[in-house]
Design a protein around this ligand. Structure first.
Ligand code: C5P
Length: 316
């Protein structure tokens, strides 16, 4: 049986602006997405019996059709029925490191790894843009997770313009294990409260998108300046998530008041919060400070770095 092991990195949002809504129920966004080196490992192999089986020992990760990795196999089977009939089913094992339901694209990056794994197992030879098109069917963040690195994402989040490499910036990441925020709820609540600020016509949406492209955060990324990047990070969804989740607000405020933190923000729809710091030594001090200020075993803290890649083969 053929098998592959793939590394599937998480992402954070350095920038998330909601600029409008769409007839398909989604929102028009301008985001800057950044891969980090906190990653899951996905092992995938053909099983020869036409079944899809997902294994994961993390209690919060489903192994049925509600797992996006499972749906990624179904999608490939639908798209390539002849190959599916020849090669048969697949077994997928997810080794979870990325916190679940955290705003870190954990489910999306697992699905992206499955697309890449099946492309390899079935010798499909799909191009990056063909994989991205399939990824967009599964979820808005899946196309980014495939190639990773640093990119501006527009539309629903699936239209990507890569930015220059931004690796080795240190990040401290915090997430309450048992706290989950529904992405659907966050966007719906944002719409209920702030739809009056949405841009309506295509021209205004394009102008706004271009303004971000030539704006301060992109300049800071191009100059690889962590201090400037940290001063320009932004996430509109904080406006609805922070008031509804006091623990996330407290974490965010504590990071902001901690020495050595250049900037802090919630990632995606939360509830994870990240802080940009200057060095590994600073990251360790910041982590210790947060740990001693919030004595709650439910709080998980990670030190990670920005990464310049998406899905890749695990070193053998
Ligand atoms: O695409 P994905 O499944 O990750 O999105 C989860 C939910 O987040 C969607 O069902 C939708 O409610 C909301 N969403 C949105 N606009 C986007 C992306 C996500 O409203 N651009």
């Amino acid at each position: 049986m053929r098998s592959y092991s793939l590394i599937a990195p998480a992402k954070i949002n350095l920038y998330l602006e909601i600029i409008g809504d769409r007839p398909d129920g989604y929102h028009e966004l301008v985001m800057i997405l950044q891969s980090i080196d906190l990653a899951d490992q996905i092992d995938i192999q053909t099983n020869g019996d036409q079944n899809i089986r997902v294994y994961c020992d993390h209690p919060q990760v489903p192994t049925d059709k509600s797992n996006l990795a499972y749906r990624a196999v179904e999608l490939m089977a639908q798209e390539f029925p002849t190959v599916w009939n020849t090669h048969g089913g697949v077994d997928i094992t997810i080794h979870k490191q990325i916190p679940v339901a955290a705003g870190l694209a954990g489910g999306s990056t697992n699905a992206a790894a499955v697309l890449v794994g099946i492309d390899l197992l079935w010798d499909l030879g799909l191009t990056q843009s063909e994989l991205e098109e399939l990824g967009a069917i599964l979820g808005s963040d899946v196309p980014f997770c495939l190639g990773g690195g640093t990119a501006i994402a527009t539309g629903r989040g699936e239209r990507l313009s890569p930015l220059s490499i931004l690796d080795n910036i240190y990040i401290v990441l915090a997430k309450y294990r048992s706290l989950e925020v529904s992405t659907g709820w966050a966007y719906k609540t944002y719409k209920q409260n702030f739809a009056n600020s949405y841009l309506q016509d295509r021209e205004s949406l394009t102008t706004r998108t271009q303004a971000v492209h030539s704006g301060a955060i992109v300049k800071a990324i191009l100059s690889k300046d962590p201090g400037q990047i940290a001063q320009n990070i932004h996430n509109d969804l904080e406006r609805v998530v922070l008031p509804a989740y006091p623990q996330v607000l407290q974490l965010r405020e504590l990071f902001a008041a901690t020495e050595g933190v250049l900037g802090t923000m919630m990632s995606g729809s939360g509830p994870s919060v990240f802080a940009i710091v200057e060095s590994l030594a600073q990251a360790e001090l910041v982590k210790q400070h947060i740990q001693s200020a919030i004595l709650d075993p439910d709080l998980e803290l990670f030190i990670t770095r920005t990464a310049n890649h998406g899905i890749k083969l695990a070193p053998s």
